[in-house]
Design a protein around this ligand. Structure first.
Ligand code: ATP
Ligand code: MG
Length: 483
């Protein structure tokens, strides 16, 4: 038995196997540090002197430090290799090829470092920016590059993008300050947040099943959970039958039930358009520039109004036959959307528009020009990706629901927050009960715009001094002018 075992351990393939395992362990910084610590512990005799114990502890700490920061420590070498492959070098007629030289390395967090580089002669910032996408893909990171004191500074963000981001885990973090902050998801940078009050409008595009409606549901649910009805009013247009946004019909924030027809959308958008005019007039009368300045004057604040449309193409390009009334409603709705996009920012009125079809017909140029941020889920063709992002990255996204690109000033890949419809409904029901003081929410007709055939919510106001109108806006231009 013994002789057979020793014969087995003596086999060359067995030794090769052990060597391969050792190689794998030692190549991994964590494995390396564990082996290092174990070796020191075994080599040192038991009952060692304090100096020896300090040596062991110091070595272990160093090994753990190397293991934790290995990813960033090895980054300059990897970036240098990739930039060489991408041709960011100077090749003199004689002598050695000159490559990027790292002259500074500052870790900010475990997944975030700032590197400073000396550029070889003839290589400029725009050469680096031209290859940034390839560089990011090769190093699995997001980068921000600029030049400072004749050096290239590179901010490298490498937090792993998870396959799934749940609503509860994402929003357990404290959001950044802002009026209408929503979470997008998790990118290489970590959690991605956006303040709609600053943005101020958002386009969400992507092919069917990408995650547009889930994105919309989670964003609206978060806003409803964090804002009172006197701070935020919602106008939901769901032209896919009202199933996706149905849960938002019964909350105090909703101006009316979710709109499901082009006709209804034209009326609702007309009412929002009128509110834009009313607020602009009030601003003029008060001599202030925008809603933030209005709030600072100490006047009763206006609620922000968020208009969401899920599927925009149904509103802008759907064939409605020859019925002139239907075509007129469609035209009116599209025109009003464009005007709200153009004027809404100053008066606190914001848009989130979702579409499967991001082409020029479905998202008219005039409207698109005012949509500052884009969330692009996977699209079928490079053409559609270019329309959304001016890049083909949305067409290259993996087939993974919720994976998207955020485009605002620059492009950033992220995994969107996931919230299932049942959970959204449960959270909204609890919130509606809470806001109505535990009792049922009462819906009464609104005095401002009867043509809309809708109602305002007269729940218990948490903000004394704000009289309920459909939009909760207490002042018209005339009253302001009289002040
Ligand atoms: N962020 C996400 N994380 C994980 N899974 C997701 C995510 N978003 C969407 N999904 C999955 O993809 C499915 C389709 O999502 P969703 O209904 O939002 O797609 P859509 O883009 O609105 O499609 P359509 O254009 O047909 O309406 C969801 O039912 C869910 O299972
Ligand atoms: Mg959808």
């Amino acid at each position: 038995m013994r002789s057979r075992a020793s014969a087995t351990t003596g086999e060359p393939w067995y030794r090769l196997g052990v060597a391969a395992i050792l190689w794998r362990v030692l190549r991994n910084p964590v494995g390396l540090s564990v082996m290092l610590s174990l070796t020191i512990l075994v080599v040192l005799p038991l009952g060692a002197a304090p100096a020896q114990i300090a040596l062991v502890a110091g070595s272990c700490l160093t090994a753990v430090g190397i293991a934790v920061y290995w990813d960033l420590l090895s980054l300059p070498a990897r970036i240098r290799r990739v930039t060489t492959q991408l041709g960011l070098v100077h090749r003199p007629p004689r002598g050695r090829v000159q490559r990027l030289r790292c002259s500074g390395w500052h870790p900010v967090t475990r997944h975030h470092a700032r590197l400073t580089w000396r550029l070889p002669p003839g290589v400029t910032l725009s050469d680096v920016l031209d290859r940034q996408e390839a560089l990011e893909q090769a190093t699995d990171s997001e980068m921000v590059c600029w030049v400072e004191h004749r050096r290239l500074v590179m901010e490298v963000l490498r937090a792993p993008i998870p396959d799934h981001v749940s609503f509860s885990s994402f929003y357990e973090a404290t959001p950044p300050p802002g009026r209408l902050v929503i979470g997008l998801g998790q990118s290489h940078r970590g959690r991605l947040w956006v303040d709609l009050a600053i943005l101020p409008h958002l386009l969400v595009g992507g092919m069917t099943g990408g995650g547009k409606s889930v994105f919309l549901t989670q964003a609206l649910t978060h806003l409803v959970l964090t804002h009172h009805a006197d701070q935020l009013r919602l106008v939901c247009v769901d032209l896919k039958g009202g199933i996706e946004l149905g849960a938002f019909s019964d909350i105090p924030h909703s101006f009316e039930e979710v709109v499901t027809s082009v006709d209804g959308a034209a009326r609702a958008l007309g009412s929002v358009r009128d509110e834009v005019d009313r607020r602009l007039q009030a601003l003029r009368n008060a001599g202030v520039r925008d809603i933030d300045a209005w709030d600072e004057t100490g006047r009763p604040p206006w609620p922000r109004i968020l208009v969401v449309v899920d599927e925009l193409a149904e509103l802008t390009v759907r064939e409605l036959g020859a019925a002139p009334a239907a075509v007129a409603a469609q035209k009116a709705a599209t025109g009003r959307l464009a005007e709200i996009a153009r004027l809404g920012r100053a008066v606190g009125i914001h848009l989130i528009l979702c579409t499967q079809r991001p082409d020029a017909e479905a998202v008219p140029g005039q409207l698109k020009a005012n949509l500052a941020g884009t969330v692009a889920f996977r699209v079928r063709s490079e053409v559609n990706s270019h329309i959304l992002l001016e890049s083909d990255r949305a067409a290259l996204l993996p087939h993974h629901p919720g994976r998207a690109i955020w485009a605002h000033e620059r492009l950033e890949e992220f995994q969107a927050i996931h919230l299932i419809a049942d959970e959204a409904q449960r959270l909204l029901a609890v919130r509606a009960q809470e806001l109505s003081g535990g009792g049922p929410v009462v819906v009464t007709p609104g005095p401002l715009d009867t043509s809309l055939n809708s109602g305002s919510i007269s729940g218990r106001s948490e903000f004394p001094g704000i009289e309920s109108t459909p939009w909760g806006s207490p002042d018209t231009g005339e009253t302001e002018g009289a002040r």
